[in-house]
Design a protein around this ligand. Structure first.
Ligand code: AMP
Ligand code: MN
Ligand code: MN
Ligand code: MN
Length: 339
């Protein structure tokens, strides 16, 4: 069974390693019935304004009841709706409005691990935030060029330039961009295999990078009036003890939330993250980390939060976006025929 939530607070666009432009992601969000979508590209906010503008235009169409207004279209041919919680499937135009949350996903290095910190509800004009983005851009570009040089020696043609051509101008180039290139060139059967063969730690085209400390990222997010969220805590290849130490350090430098729900998550992982979230008194976030069309991840997919947790949108900084404790998730349970 698949659950679709109307909140998704982690996704990528062509401003970094996502496969769609900000406007295309926004249109997908309407199709999937989302009401709140955070754009969280790697180390920059270049996709945020386009997404906000696109949502404003489409919200106007919805308010006018225009036939051109976006439709909800998330019931696939092979699925049927089992039940709907906190709402109905046949929603009025007003209930389909979409709010874009300005966000970012900062890369950091903590004890030799690459740790991602998402910033939500941020002021994208803030100077401290922009200074840190400028610093990360230098470091990321140098590392992307170094990966490109390794791939070129392995026989790939113009890898760095081709990654640039496929992404938005000025985009953050990540290993995700390279993985897609390797896949397109037929050198890996899946994106995952591109990491196993080339891009993962210790592999042929791996380039180590020092991303900077977690406190720098948390402080920049807070300076920009946002809230710092520890991204996908279960995806780091570290022990439970080390994860708890990471969370303690994150809290000590001002981190206030963690992602609890993500796509493709094992029930045990969600249970464990729920316990950690309670233990450290953190707010809970949810996000698909959607990059591209595929069978495993999609906007809003499998993103429910346990009732026992306080959602991240109950934070005071979320009020600027019309959010409060009163906002409920709207969950659609889709039952697939093959279930
Ligand atoms: P970077 O920040 O340049 O090291 O790249 C990190 C990005 O690579 C992540 O945000 C993911 O999009 C992608 N990535 C990392 N590991 C994997 C993996 N095993 N499979 C697919 N994508 C991955
Ligand atoms: Mn990515
Ligand atoms: Mn990440
Ligand atoms: Mn991400």
């Amino acid at each position: 069974m698949t659950v679709i939530s109307n909140f998704d607070l982690h996704c990528h666009t062509k401003a970094s390693d996502g496969g769609f432009t900000p406007s295309q992601i926004v249109m997908k969000a309407y199709e999937r019935g989302l009401n709140y979508l955070a754009i969280t590209d790697h180390d920059l906010v270049a996709g945020v304004q386009e997404a906000i503008t696109c949502a404003q235009q489409n919200n106007e169409l919805l308010k006018q009841g225009s036939p051109l207004a976006p439709k909800e279209n998330y019931i696939y041919e092979n699925a049927q709706v089992d039940k709907v919680e906190n709402g109905s499937l046949d929603r009025s135009f007003n209930e389909r409005l979409l709010t874009i949350i300005p966000g970012i996903e900062f890369s950091t290095t903590w004890r030799n691990e690459q740790i991602h910190i998402v910033g939500l509800f941020i002021d994208i004009e803030n100077q401290t935030l922009n200074d840190l983005m400028a610093k990360k851009k230098l470091s990321r570009t140098a590392r992307a060029i170094a990966i490109g040089e390794k791939l070129e020696r392995l026989g790939f043609e113009r890898p760095y330039e081709r990654c640039r051509e496929q992404a938005q101008e000025g985009a953050s180039i990540t290993r995700g961009n390279y993985a897609r290139l390797i896949y397109q060139d037929g050198k890996a059967r899946t994106i995952d295999e591109a990491f196993h063969k080339y891009l993962g730690r210790g592999q042929k085209a791996y380039v180590q990078n020092d991303w900077g400390p977690i406190d720098e990222a948390v402080q920049a997010i807070k300076a920009a009036s946002g809230i710092a969220v520890l991204a996908h805590p279960r995806r780091y290849k570290i022990s439970n003890l080390r994860l708890r130490t990471l969370i303690e350090d994150f809290v000590a430098v001002g981190g206030e939330a963690m992602e609890v729900a993500s796509c493709q998550q094992k029930p045990n992982d969600k249970l464990y993250l729920t316990q950690l979230c309670q233990k450290y008194n953190l707010l809970a976030s949810l996000g698909s980390d959607f990059h591209n069309d595929g069978i495993f991840r999609n906007l809003g997919q499998n993103l429910d939060l346990p009732d026992s947790l306080q959602p991240v949108w109950t934070a005071p900084c979320a009020e600027r976006f019309g959010l409060s404790a009163a906002n409920k998730q709207r969950l659609v349970h889709l039952t697939h025929k093959k279930d």
